[in-house]
Write a new protein. Structure first.
Length: 649
């Protein structure tokens, strides 16, 4: 990549959009000084069956509970209430398939589908507190499954369709899902992915599943297991049922979403009904300022939190029209994205730096073929955006008139936590900075010892107090919730990022501080890949790290030590890649696998991934003392020597 994290902030700011600072400052100040007043007002962005006793119950930290005893149903807010207004026949979703097929579903039509699916779940014996897993492509039925579950108080876990059978089975087992909803296949990049086959394998490994529901999405022929598998269109054939929305407590679980951390086992992040809904609806409004007739396109996958919060929940709560696209954004041609914007008159576009970098590589002729004048705000998410990509997005796509809303957040935060707030007035943008905290967010930059750092100094970013979108906890693991997020800096939320605040108060996110990497915006624990490698019979040990990549941000490199007697050759590399693809899925497959005789470790046995990476990418010599917290300089020097000797051979 042209820029490194370190020089990002010192680049000249030659392009910016000047907005009035507007209400932002006063608004943010009030959110922190009078939180009760602030949230009593802003929680009314949704309708409640009955109001809360307390805005925030912080009597049992870090298990913070918002809007205690408040009762609501998310699907009532996302669907039923819009039917009483002019939104009844408004498009909720405009779905576009890779082949160019399109489907428009109105709010009324979506409610019918959701009711029919909720009824099918009830018929299968599911009730409040049960769990289902959803393993689906980007189709309307995936949103129906999420909402149908939420209507009757069943929590869902949606597993990204780029994960393999073992990864799916682990998630099903961890949350105890009774039903898996899937499709006969998915279309991606002109290829057909046989999702049902992967579900069959996963269900063999997971013992909790009683039923599999299959949506017909492709021409793919699938095997249906008698008594276990049901066609979606058959069990939802009656589209004229009404299912009473369950009155959910604000702090009942809405969904569980698994995400990577610094140990092998993914964490089941649990989000609730009340605080989460209030957070996603308000943040979308503050950041993007959507208007009634806008067309919003969040081009993420619903398998990630971005899709949960900003394809499904926030836009529906606000009664917006969203575009959903199933397929690759450069297929069949590199102008696919620009074509969809022109065709549907998209006003607000939300995508990722990796997508922008990929599309930028095809050159300016592709966007030039299309009328992009409908665009008003451009968003990005997933990793820091390098200024070159920011400038291209701003000038070539937005014609220098659309603000770039760089939203910083995490699966755990529910919605944006640092982002320009175009509705409130952001002042000038700086390319590569996510600008200022959202209302209710109180960030600090800390050193290793937890001491607050001043401006222009890189440190760890932590949040000083809870906000409504913060997860309820980790599924079945309160201890891990405490230790992962609230122990490094007691009393503060910390989740692994470096950042800096400049003298104008702008926040610059500077990448992960832990063993998590971002590959095309996908969050991957390097240890997950190491575990997958070591579970194969040829592998004794491995060290995985991310190397800089101009398009993907980072690419996965694995150093592997084979077991005695195993021939370490090209065929083995292919075999290991295939093994990971099948068990964990394509997103975890390393780009490079290198065989080595040793990987350096600290005295306490921790693999020094940062040292391996520094040697591999030629960043050594440099200041080695910052490379690895647990190791001495002498140990690091020895590690470097080991690696150098191996590469000389
Ligand atoms: C990690 C969270 C949030 C939805 C998608 C990813 C990185 C995310 C930004 C941004 C710099 C960013 C952080 C964060 N990240 N957005 N705008 N600027 N870094 O969610 O998979 O939970 O990943 O993504 O490192 O911790 P996620």
């Amino acid at each position: 990549m042209a820029e490194t994290n370190e020089n990002r902030s010192s680049l000249p700011v030659d392009e910016y959009i000047s907005h009035h600072r507007g209400n932002y400052e006063a608004f943010h100040k009030m959110s922190l000084e009078k939180p009760d007043e602030f949230w009593n007002e802003h929680a009314n962005i949704i309708d409640w069956y009955s109001k809360w006793d307390k805005v925030l119950d912080d009597s049992n930290p870090p298990f913070f509970r918002w809007f205690t005893n408040g009762k609501l149903n998310v699907t009532y807010n996302a669907l039923d209430r819009h039917l009483k207004s002019h939104r009844r026949n408004k498009a909720a979703f405009i779905w576009v398939g890779e082949s160019g097929k399109e489907k428009i579903v109105t709010y009324h039509g979506l409610l019918k589908r959701v009711n029919a699916f909720a009824k099918a779940l009830q018929d299968a014996g599911l009730k409040k507190g049960d769990k289902i897993a959803i393993y689906m492509p980007m189709i309307i039925e995936a949103t129906v499954a999420m909402l149908g579950a939420a209507r009757i108080g069943v929590a869902f876990t949606l597993v990204f369709s780029g994960f393999g059978a073992n990864a799916l089975a682990d998630r099903i087992t961890d949350c105890g899902a009774k039903i898996v909803v899937t499709a006969d296949g998915a279309n991606r990049g002109g290829k057909l992915i046989d999702l049902k086959k992967i579900v069959d394998e996963a269900v063999e490994l997971a013992s909790t599943v009683e039923e599999v529901i299959v949506v017909r999405n492709t021409e793919n022929k699938v095997e249906m297991v008698e008594g276990r598998d049901y066609w979606y269109h058959e069990i939802t054939a009656d589209q004229n049922v009404f299912v009473e929305p369950e009155r959910m407590d604000s702090n009942d679980a809405l969904f569980i979403l698994y995400t990577s951390g610094t140990t092998g086992k993914p964490k089941g992040v649990v989000h609730g009904n009340g605080g989460y809904s209030v957070w996603v609806a308000n943040t979308l409004k503050w950041a993007f300022n959507p208007q009634e007739d806008d067309r919003w396109w969040c081009a993420a996958d619903i398998g990630w939190v971005t899709g949960h919060s900003y394809i499904v929940f926030a836009p529906l709560l606000l009664g917006l029209t969203s575009v959903i696209y199933e397929g690759a954004i450069n297929y069949p041609e590199p102008d696919r994205m620009w074509d969809i914007i022109e065709r549907y008159g998209v006003n607000l576009l939300y995508t990722s730096p990796t997508a922008i970098r990929m599309l930028m590589r095809y050159g300016d002729l592709y966007p030039a073929k299309h009328d992009l004048d409908s665009l008003r705000v451009l968003g990005t998410v997933g990793e820091p955006i390098n200024p070159a990509a920011w400038q291209w997005y701003f000038k070539t796509i937005g014609k220098s008139r659309c603000p770039i809303v760089d939203t910083y957040w995490q699966t755990e935060t529910g919605g944006f936590i640092i982002s320009p707030a175009t509705q409130l007035g952001v002042g000038s943008l700086k390319p590569g900075s996510a600008t200022f905290p959202m209302p209710g967010i109180d960030p600090v930059i800390l050193d290793e010892a937890g001491k607050e750092l001043g401006d222009n100094t890189k440190g760890f970013i932590a949040i000083k107090r809870p906000w409504p979108g913060l997860m309820l906890g980790l599924n079945n693991d309160p201890e891990r919730y405490k230790s992962v997020y609230f122990s490094k800096f007691p009393g503060k939320y910390y989740n692994g990022d470096y950042a800096m605040r400049d003298s104008d108060g702008y926040y610059w996110l500077l990448g992960r501080a832990d063993e998590v990497i971002k590959v095309s915006g996908h969050r991957i624990g390097t240890i997950e890949i190491e575990d997958a490698l070591v579970s194969m019979k040829e592998v004794a040990e491995s060290a995985v790290f991310g190397k800089p990549d101009a398009v993907k941000g980072e690419a996965v490199v694995a150093f592997v030590i084979t077991k005695e007697g195993v021939t370490a050759d090209k065929a083995l590399i292919e075999k290991l890649k295939k093994g990971i693809r099948e068990t964990m899925g394509p997103i975890l497959v390393p780009d490079e696998i290198h065989f080595v005789k040793a990987v350096p470790k600290t005295r306490s046995g921790k693999i020094m991934r940062r040292v391996v990476k520094a040697v591999y990418t030629g960043q050594i010599p440099g200041d080695v003392s910052t490379l690895e917290n647990e190791a001495s300089v002498a140990e690091i020097q020895e590690a470097i020597n080991i690696l150098r000797k191996q590469s000389e051979k």
